[in-house]
Design a protein around this ligand. Sequence first.
Ligand SMILES: NC(=O)c1ccc[n+]([C@@H]2O[C@H](COP(=O)([O-])OP(=O)(O)OC[C@H]3O[C@@H](n4cnc5c(N)ncnc54)[C@H](O)[C@@H]3O)[C@@H](O)[C@H]2O)c1
Length: 472
Amino acid sequence: MTIPRDIIPLSNTVVPSSPSLSAFFNAGASPSYETSYFPVVPKKQLKPFNTGDIRILLLEDIDRTARELLQKEGYQVESHTSSLRDSELAEKIRDVHVIGIRSKTKLTASVLDHAENLLAIGCFCIGTDQVDLEYAAKRGVTVFNSPFSNSRSVAELVIAEVIMLARRICDKSMEMHFGTWQKGSTRSREIRGKVLGIIGYGHIGSQLSVLAESMGMSVLFYDVVPLMAIGKAKQVKSLAELLVSSDFVTLHVPETLETRDLIGRTELETMKKGSYLINASRGCVVDLQALCEVMRSGHLAGAALDVFPREPSDDGPYFNEDLARWVTEIRDLPNIILTPHIGGSTEEAQEAIGAEVGGALLRYINFGCTIGAANMPEVTLRSLTVAEESHLRVIFIHQNRPGVLRQVNDILGDHNVDKQMSDSRGDIAYMMADISKVDSTEVQALYTKLEVLSCEIPKFLSPLRPYFGSTR
Ligand SMILES: NC(=O)c1ccc[n+]([C@@H]2O[C@H](COP(=O)([O-])OP(=O)(O)OC[C@H]3O[C@@H](n4cnc5c(N)ncnc54)[C@H](O)[C@@H]3O)[C@@H](O)[C@H]2O)c1
């Protein structure tokens, strides 16, 4: 299980100090954002910058939590409730330092080519498919997203579905809508004492485990890695063991080659007779054709599907046979809950996404911290404080090839480097260093040397150059 972003340890401040271009000069009158995740540490600026110079464009009605966080910081924030037409996007993206989008805006290489000052992209959603991540990295543009902010929303939906399936609520409700009053307890059950089998015990699976136990269920889980069970949950050794032992089986695995059709005919037939299947992970994880057949045979008592191997790209009457053959069959099955991929779609999740991505952008702009980046190495250093007056932060984004770091370090080596961190991801490397005891003339000289170096190294990337260029 990956560590949830919001529990990154913060002891003694993970927040690094200030921004840069090819050099990030430690900024003083510290940004005043306050989040529960990041304690505010007073800082001293060597080369202050005006936060009002940072231009941010937010599209697609991004949650106001993010807007307010960024505005409070003093950035210029322009927000739109929808996406923009291609020509308008090309025009608007030219000057901004940050663009915030959700899933509709496509930031392809050709769109990114219009951006002259872009430092970062905030995807205020789970996925990043809409952005050419590699190209953005090559241009030194860091992309942030929020993969786990809606875990609780998914877990709550699944718990609701467990009860709805056990009581056949959707069919009952449908009958009532058609005017039929049909009482009776046959095939309606409590969930207390039943076994919930969770496949994939990550962010969602483990939340769900807590909720299920609090409702009196026993929890088994299967995961490819050994994990610490929460409460009385028990990890089983094989998928088959989970399938034969569970009254409800719920999937919470990522989409990978290994998870494609993880639940096919054999697995469905291995499940207990009269059990239920829930999939709110990824559509390709369940073979829907096999599910239809096994449900028609009466082996399973019900299912809930929030995700599908093919999903309509727009809202409207598109969940039909044009999408796939199984759609018509699934729509006709009894006791099957169908939802349009809304597991994580709640106002609370949007708010959490706004806070996470907004916070990540802020830490990147102000401090160069790339923790949570989707296309850059994750690099951070602890903060500089007011006590450290003559400090400078240098950030160098460059091609990951032999010799570059040595040249950077040759320049830094004339100074007192307090701390340094460098990491690479594919072709891109990201170096952050804090230098102490520098005076303003040295800063200028160092800056110039790095600028010269940036010209000497092919494809040297410096996303913050346009911004800092204006403050020289
Ligand atoms: N329906 C929605 O709206 C919605 C919303 C959010 C997330 N999701 C999806 O839910 C899924 C789970 O999300 P998460 O945040 O819990 O992910 P996560 O990365 O925190 O956890 C996934 C877990 O699955 C395990 N796993 C990987 N391959 C496995 C395999 N072959 N067999 C068993 N376990 C395996 C991993 O070890 C990990 O513990 C993802 O596919 C995600 O895209 C759907």
